[in-house]
Design a protein around this ligand. Sequence first.
Ligand code: NAP
Length: 530
Amino acid sequence: MTITGQSLIGAMSVRGTHGAFHGINARTGETLEPAFGGATQSDLERASALAEAAFDTFRETPPETRAVFLETIGEQIMSIGDALIERCMAETGLPRARLEGERARTVGQLRLFAGVLRNGDFVDARIDPAQPDRKPMPRVDLRLRNVAIGPVAVFGASNFPLAFSVAGGDTASALAAGCPVIVKAHGAHPGTSELVGRAIQQAVRQCALPEGVFSLLFDSGLSIGQALVADARIKAVGFTGSRAGGVALMKIANAREEPVPVYAEMSSINPVVLLPGALGARGTAIAQQFAASLTLGAGQFCTNPGLVLAVDDESLRAFERAAGVALASAGASTMLTPGIHANYVKGVERLAEHADVEQLARGQAGGPFDAQAALFATTAQAFSADSALREEVFGPASLIVRCRDLDELHGMLKSLEGQLTVAVHLDHDDRAACRALLPTLERKAGRILANGFGTGVEVGHAMVHGGPFPATSDTRTTSVGSRAIERFLRPVSYQDLPDELLPQELRDGNPLVLARRIDGVMNRGENKNI
Ligand code: NAP
């Protein structure tokens, strides 16, 4: 498959004329061919009009049709073969094994949503049958199902160029819900984006779906992305990236005549709490696991452990030394973009120059855009006094906060903003201390882990990859796992509609054999009367 630098608008390939930009070789900083034409306002207009035109047909396709569509996208992605991995390696600096794993994860996510569609529970069908004889007033017949919210704009992430990008979790869950998707390609991996976009375009064709189900726009600045969020036909936005970017898009969506939800995943420092029993018993082993988690993927994981909280005693100091040794031998790896590398260097310098911060270790230096790991320590008092110490440094850097006692540690947790994950390392004797922290942990994070690290996000039914602001813009949702589909659905109630006018999911006799809640009680198709 050839990379052309064209936006994909429905079934067409269109060379944008609003400026141009190139992909960059992450390792060398060299320009990669071809140039990508920036989409124009009229390109956006065409993509939005097609999405709007496709919506009513697409949302009412049988779930099986959409399941096959998602599986076809997966097959098309696999059929690109090594060209996808090689282009992605060049654009992101990520190694082959990581990207092959990420491709499998991307296809796995698409299959997961195919399963969600076949299972049918996403419809959340509910029937409160009429009670004409109820006194003093008869009860109406009420039936509810979830419907797709409308065309969705997706902004992929730089750090997962496959699994959180053009055919990533946001796109898969929106398409599963029955929403056409317009992706604004991430500027850090445009060639990868085009290849995957063409795979989706081909799947649309192969499944004979309306062409407006999918479009991919390249933006030579920020204006097309912003206009996309402002477009009245877009009914929800999925975003993964920086806090500044997410908040900017939230503002645009809120300022619209009809405000729409922005599901943004942004910033998280993922605190790791080391309780005294665990630290005393196996501090060195935890330190080694911590260093491995911190440096994984050059620290460019949204669940990277950027903060460690522990009571200051000899066990903590031994942990610091062991983590320092492990990090000092950690090799440097290439960051996703020269810009992300420059921000990382700035963030590390800010910590290193802070009067109340002690530098404990630095990793190995490497090439011009390689991240050198960094470990720092400070006191709880200093951490409380300066909010800048709580800001995410995107990359393999972490800050240890030495606390006087468990009460002070608990106070530090209470003072934090929302997080994607919080990890607690505990032994049997630490359980009472952990129990005391749990209510705070639940208020702060989307996922609470014991004796592990947040890097490595399982894609399943019980996963929450979300959390209170600024981890995400909507604390009720997840962007990973089957519950991600809920972001792109809305409930509609039908009162007293004749059976033949009801959607199939709610008709008498349950023609789709769905699990339905009848008068609040789950019925798996056995009650044939309704
Ligand atoms: P980013 O700069 O926010 O970019 C994300 C996407 O949004 C890109 O497509 C970008 O366009 C677009 N964008 C950003 N600001 C915009 C604005 N004001 N108006 C319109 N569009 C805008 O983030 P990034 O560089 O990809 O990633 C680095 C940062 O993201 C790190 O700080 C990291 O913490 C965070 N991150 C968080 C998670 C998470 O799950 N929480 C995951 C990955 C990254 P361009 O392509 O044109 O720049």
